[in-house]
Ligand binder design. Sequence first.
Ligand code: AMP
Ligand code: MN
Ligand code: MN
Ligand code: MN
Length: 281
Amino acid sequence: MRIDLHCHSTASDGTMSPEELVELAKEVDVQQLALTDHDCINGISRALEASKSCDLRLIPGVEISVTWQEMTIHILGLNVDWQNKDLCDGLDVIQQFRVTRAEGIAQGLETAGIEDALAGATALAGSALLSRTHFAQFLINEGKARKMQDVFKRYMVKGKPGYVPGDWASLENALQWIKNAGGIAAIAHPARYKMSAGKLRKLIEDFIDYGGQGLEIVSGSHTDKQNHGMANYARRYELYGSIGSDFHGEHHPWRKMGLTAGVPEGVQPIWECPQWESVYR
Ligand code: AMP
Ligand code: MN
Ligand code: MN
Ligand code: MN
């Protein structure tokens, strides 16, 4: 059975609509797909509607941006009641920060001689939640770089003109919203954070203290070696293991929907946890 519990639609920084994602999931034989847009649930009703005409189980999800020890960490909320008020109110606050941050990014880019980045990124985002990916796409269109990774490296990361420090949700609040919405939380792509093993252990321990239960072991943004490394953490801390491609469509074309790797031995798959049976529609 193919399961993919992490992907993005045009509601955040993916290039495919919720309906197109459902269509693709059918083509690549994914039976359970979680839509996990950054800090928003705006694509879920459309994805659920589209999934009704086929066997696909669409899992309502969200990828919440969190600031923990001055680092940005992504926490997946899976199988959430996506209309839950606590969750939606929390996401509203993050969305407001995205607007403020976008102004800061544009000001920073202006100091590097790049004009009108806010208008440009906003136009590219359309009705989507404004993200750094839209700024990156704007800079590519302006001829500042050819590839997404190059734009990030040159303009969007710490020490570069378009960098604005995160002021996202606290880990504790994000976990509370997910819990209140009946969902289960997983740390997204845990091997991707540039932190020491000790720091990662501390993150996992804080996450567990606040009620977190899952770890995204197999990720489209991990290497095989990292997948195995993260499985060790899941075993050690008895966390449920999740699998997700982190599919964004054309924005990260090398990530394909529907990973073939399963959850490694000795790790309990997150879709077998008791609360997975409650379906939010
Ligand atoms: P934001 O949540 O607006 O800060 O944007 C984060 C998104 O930017 C991530 O989810 C990725 O899709 C993308 N991103 C972050 N870092 C990079 C990078 N180095 N190269 C390409 N895309 C990146
Ligand atoms: Mn993204
Ligand atoms: Mn992420
Ligand atoms: Mn993601």
